[in-house]
Design a protein around this ligand. Structure first.
Ligand SMILES: [Zn+2]
Length: 164
């Protein structure tokens, strides 16, 4: 055997394996992202999403909390989801939108999407015949009193129409 033959073969083999395994990895990643990724858009504008995050952080999106359970989400974690599905109506976007932790498979988002009765009782998802403006929510695992979501992206202790 010539020395050149011994060194050529492992190099070619190594190159081939490296490029094919990285291609497979990228393809697998793309497949898994397509299967598990949440929908790109929930139908809310960036302005509404920011307003909801600010509400959930009491004015500062950096300290935004999951509105149902109270875990920290900040500027990027969690999802802004509709209380009444948008295709069923939903009304004022800020009043209809809530910030939930998790995704389709975990956290408050998955509970709301699975139509969990306790999450419904707390006002975080509603049926199409319910008006989000008139349905209060229980913040942070019912640790506080019921509040109503306002059109100015805040919380109100007073039912709409009974403000003083
Ligand atoms: Zn949560």
């Amino acid at each position: 055997m010539k020395p050149g033959q011994l060194t050529d073969r492992p190099l070619r083999r190594g190159k081939g394996i490296r490029s094919s395994s990285s291609l497979k990895t990228l393809a697998a990643l793309r497949r898994s992202q397509a299967k598990h990724a949440p929908p790109r858009e929930t139908g809310f504008s960036p302005e509404v999403k920011l307003a909801v995050r600010k509400r959930a952080g009491l004015g500062d999106p950096v300290v935004a909390l999951c509105e149902p359970c109270g875990i920290w989400l900040g500027c990027n974690r969690g999802q802004v989801r509709p209380r009444v599905e948008l295709f069923r109506g939903g009304g004022n976007p800020v009043v209809n939108a809530v910030l939930l932790c998790g995704d389709y498979c975990s956290g408050c988002c998955s509970l709301a999407m699975a139509r969990d009765p306790a999450v419904h009782a707390s006002g975080w998802w509603l049926t199409s015949d319910q008006d989000p403006r008139l349905q209060p929510v229980m913040l942070h695992r019912r640790r506080g009193p019921a509040v109503w979501l306002t059109e100015s992206a805040g919380y109100s202790p007073c039912e709409p129409g009974n403000e003083t």
